[in-house]
Design a protein around this ligand. Structure first.
Ligand SMILES: [Fe+2]
Ligand SMILES: [Fe+2]
Length: 310
């Protein structure tokens, strides 16, 4: 019988109710490295984030009373709180893009119709499997960003601080949806079959939709003919570090294994640098700066204005 190797207790899910004040002043039109093509690729993903996060919250909340493992239940409650705050902050960021003339709101409306349709036809356990798939992709994209913070060198620190907080928390809770799904489904071959079917469904619907929306944003922003930016995006997304290739090709392969578990890749050390600084200062901006110093090789980096961190 096919069954995932469960690795419980790796999640360190802590809710931080942070408000980053995202606005058109804070978030420039081409906020990701001043580059239109990569910014709009990110916008195409982020357009799906608030509604997608509310969907995974709903799917998880429905299972709370059925979860057998108390540690999974506790992590699931923390996960719901984290995603609630992420959705709120990304609503503000998406509204800032709308104010810049990028029709993120229209794209969000399309995602909402797709989500409502899938909710109508899929059972609760299948929706948990969809949540596990989404959370796998958000965890992998977060991992690539945490491994390559140099991609953020030309991004305003206010924007980077918000997104790195999100990348850290996506990593903290990366196995929650998977564990909830395994608990709700009972595991075994049936669970694997549902997971593969919903992976195929999710990829077939969302990958073309996101990339169609990418072109739509570029067209509305009159950037389709910006060849220099298109080449930069091609390198970043497909070659080095290859955000798309890593998320949707290379890291999809282990997800296909019946024995897959999100914590097969244990990258907790990377988020601990951010968390140490956050716990010391209570400030996500200083935590981002300390994380950058840590990543650059100063493993004893202290948050700005504070004594040396442990
Ligand atoms: Fe999130
Ligand atoms: Fe998440």
């Amino acid at each position: 019988m096919a069954i995932a190797s469960r690795k419980l207790g790796f999640d360190e899910v802590e809710h931080r109710d942070l408000n980053f004040g995202m606005s058109p002043e804070t978030v420039p039109r081409h906020w990701f490295g001043n580059d239109p093509w990569t910014t709009h690729w990110m916008n195409a993903i982020l357009a799906a984030v608030p509604d997608g996060e509310r969907w995974v919250m709903q799917a998880t909340r429905k299972q709370l009373d059925n979860i057998h493992d108390p540690s999974v239940r506790k992590a699931a409650i923390g996960f719901i709180r984290q995603e609630h705050t992420h959705a709120r902050e990304h609503d503000a960021m998406n509204e800032a893009m709308v104010a810049h003339g990028i029709p993120v709101d229209r794209v969000e409306a399309v995602f909402k119709v797709v989500r409502q349709t899938l909710q109508r036809y899929l059972g609760d356990v299948s929706q948990c499997a969809i949540a596990a798939t989404f959370e796998h992709f958000t965890a992998v994209i977060s991992q690539v960003m945490l491994d390559h913070p140099e991609l953020w060198d030309d991004t305003k620190p206010e924007v980077s601080a918000m997104l790195f907080w999100h990348f850290v928390e996506e990593t903290e809770h990366k196995s929650v949806s998977f564990d909830v799904f395994m608990d709700a489904s009972g595991g075994g071959f049936r669970a694997y079959a549902i997971r593969m079917a919903t992976l195929a469904l999710g990829v077939a619907i969302f990958v073309p939709l996101v990339h169609g929306n990418w072109l739509y944003f570029l067209w509305k922003d009159r950037q389709l003919s910006n060849v220099a930016s298109a080449l930069r995006a091609a390198k970043t997304l497909f070659l080095s570090p290859g955000i798309f290739t890593r998320a949707f090709v290379i890291e999809t392969l282990p997800f296909l294994s019946p024995r897959f578990h999100p914590w097969d890749t244990d990258n907790r050390e990377v988020i601990h640098a951010w968390k140490r600084a956050y716990e010391e200062t209570g400030d996500a901006h200083q935590a981002y700066q300390a994380f950058r110093q840590w990543h650059a090789g100063d493993r004893n980096a202290a948050p700005v204005g504070h004594a040396a961190a442990a």
